[in-house]
Design a protein around this ligand. Structure first.
Ligand code: B12
Ligand code: SF4
Length: 519
């Protein structure tokens, strides 16, 4: 049977990274079946397009995974596939909580033939075999022989064949530049950000988050050896292609067990398996100097920190009192000293937020080493404690907000400001943080850092800006480049004079020492 695994796009931003679930389920598919992957972010498709694809490619089963914000699109695509007679199984965090909706048991239309609840590592092979026999069940739950929920162990983690999978759709280097860039440095013909997990679960239970409910409050880890081997495989692939690879450790809290994280990072270093990596780590776990050293030495470049708010009352309200705003600056400084920078995430529209929260937050941010701030709105995701609290208080204005996804639009009323005011705060945060002036300021504030680092942060900022201000086509990019021409020209000038200086120094060296000088 030919199986299509499909992840819809959100219709607004282009995701920079493929989804792990696809590669994982592909690797867990029983022998004798062929799996095709389509990520809507990399290969945009509409309903007619996917129906045509499924027919022409003789697909016998389609698996769709989606977060809440893509579920409306996922349902539309599923409807189109089912209309041409191909069964659809859906999985992921949204349908796990809203299985009745996907199966049309809530009075609405049916979108999926089957739903996989929770982690599907162990149920997927069964789903495939049932589908091949034409005997799909409605619901697949990860339970043991006694009907108790079972979380898959990560000890026997499958080998994802990164050396063989066709990753063409996930290359971030534009096709026309591939040939030229292949010859630069160690080769930049391809650049991919690959998701990898080293563990699952988070015990913290923040009120707005689905993770503790979905993956559980006990943490499961892969062996160090299996993570290191996967890194080595990816590294070898990038090298053989004349390209680069970066890894996003998608663990919700990569340092949740500091001792184990340190041991993993040490093993990565010992095996020479370093690649540039990004991970999510909560601020309270970044107090440890040795951990910071190991992060830097093992290739860590960016750390995503869910700061959420600079107001301790807000943090306590959402059960995230372990975040201490007073230590944010020191944490960021600790990372910056090692050339590791932070993606700092904030949520506005929390219960104690009042008008002016964005400027108050920016005032703090301006005192920190330049990084990548991002701003969102408090969103009641299905089945979270936040959803239940707001529903009970009658504060949900759009209880089924996912049926009509609108980016940066609240679904409940905040307590101390209006919805419109909360929207304005988020807009203010993005506009002030990513204006051409703010870009110049960020790059200038890093004057003592290597040029490569400053270019890196500038490019990252240009891309991150697009999360709020969509910049999808070449025209919007040209406009953005024009607006930032001052920063770009100063970086280019500096790059050129560094290169000229190096050339001159090489020319002045006695014959035979030029090769050494290039080192
Ligand atoms: C990496 C990640 C991202 C990446 C993008 C996703 C990517 N390319 O990988 C980035 C950082 C960009 C991101 C952004 C956002 N994310 Co995010 N992200 C994650 C994270 C940390 C890991 C995802 C992952 O790979 N997990 C590991 C895999 C193995 O688990 P899984 O995807 O759930 O898949 C398993 C099962 O669900 C199931 N399954 C999944 N799909 C399918 C499909 C089929 C057919 C079957 C049978 C089974 C199945 O089987 C898999 C194996 O067991 C999760 C949290 C988490 N731990 O999952 C949040 C998470 C998915 N994100 C979330 C959110 C809310 C967001 C944002 C909206 C945040 C924001 N406010 O901006 C944005 C939206 C991005 C967008 N594109 O629009 C929520 C989603 C909750 C929900 N109900 O939708 C999560 C769960 C975190 C949370 N706080 O609750 N995210
Ligand atoms: S620390 Fe992060 S992953 Fe864990 S519950 Fe809180 S928000 Fe979710």
């Amino acid at each position: 049977m030919r199986i299509l695994l499909y992840n819809p796009d959100n219709g607004v931003t282009r995701n920079f990274m493929p989804h792990l679930w696809m590669f994982l389920l592909q690797s867990l598919t029983p022998e004798g079946h062929e799996v095709v992957l389509i990520d809507g972010n990399a290969q945009p498709m509409d309903e007619a397009g996917i129906a045509r694809f499924v027919r022409e490619q003789n697909i016998g089963l389609v698996g769709i995974g989606a977060m809440t914000r893509m579920i409306a699109k996922a349902y539309r695509m599923a409807d189109a596939i089912r209309a041409v007679g191909v069964p659809v199984v859906m999985g992921g965090p949204h349908v796990t909580e809203e299985a009745e909706e996907a199966l049309g048991r809530d009075g609405g239309p049916r979108h999926a033939d089957a739903v996989a609840l929770g982690e599907a590592d162990e149920t997927w092979p069964r789903i495939v075999e049932d589908a091949a026999r034409g005997q799909l069940k409605d619901v697949y739950a990860p339970v043991d022989e006694f009907g108790q929920e079972r979380k898959p162990s990560l000890k026997q983690y499958p080998t994802i064949p990164w050396d063989k999978i066709n990753l063409d759709q996930f290359n971030l280097v534009p096709k026309m530049a591939t040939r030229t860039l292949q010859r630069i440095g160690d080769g930049w013909g391809t650049f991919r950000i690959i998701p990898m997990e080293s563990g699952r679960g988070c015990p913290y239970g923040c009120e707005f988050c689905t993770v503790t409910g979905f993956f559980g409050d006990s943490i499961r880890f892969r062996s160090n050896e299996s993570v290191v081997n996967e890194l080595l495989l990816l590294k070898a692939r990038a090298k053989s292609e004349g390209g680069q690879i970066a890894v996003f450790f998608i663990d919700d809290n990569f340092a949740i067990n500091i001792k184990r994280t340190k041991s993993l990072l040490r093993d990565i270093i010992a095996a020479g398996a370093q690649v540039h990596w990004v991970a999510q780590i909560s601020a309270n776990l970044l107090r440890d100097e040795e951990l910071a050293d190991l992060i830097a030495a093992s290739g860590g470049k960016w750390v995503f920190i869910g700061m959420e708010s600079i107001d301790p009352t807000n943090l306590a309200d959402v059960n995230k009192g372990f975040n201490k705003p007073g230590e944010y600056a020191a944490v960021l400084q600790r990372l910056a000293l090692r050339n590791v920078y932070a993606i700092t995430s904030f949520i506005f529209g929390m219960d104690n937020d009042t008008v002016g929260v964005a400027e108050r937050t920016l005032k703090e941010i301006r005192t920190w080493p330049a990084g990548l701030p991002i701003f969102g709105l408090l969103t009641p995701l299905p089945a979270t404690p936040l959803y239940k609290r707001l529903a009970a208080a009658g504060r949900l204005t759009r209880p089924k907000h996912w049926q009509e996804f609108i980016p940066f639009e609240m679904a409940h009323t905040p307590l101390k400001m209006t919805i419109a005011e909360a929207h304005a705060e988020v807009k203010y945060g993005w506009a002030r943080s990513y204006s051409p002036e703010a870009m110049t300021q960020a790059v200038d504030s890093l004057k003592d850092k290597p040029l490569g680092y400053r270019i890196n942060i500038f490019i990252a900022r240009m891309c991150f800006r697009g999360i709020y201000f969509p910049q999808m086509g070449p025209l919007s990019w040209l406009k953005l480049i024009y607006q930032n021409r001052r920063t770009i020209s100063s970086l280019v000038k500096e790059g050129f004079s560094t290169w000229r200086g190096r050339q001159t120094r090489t020319a002045e060296l006695p014959p035979g020492s030029a090769a050494l000088a290039g080192k």
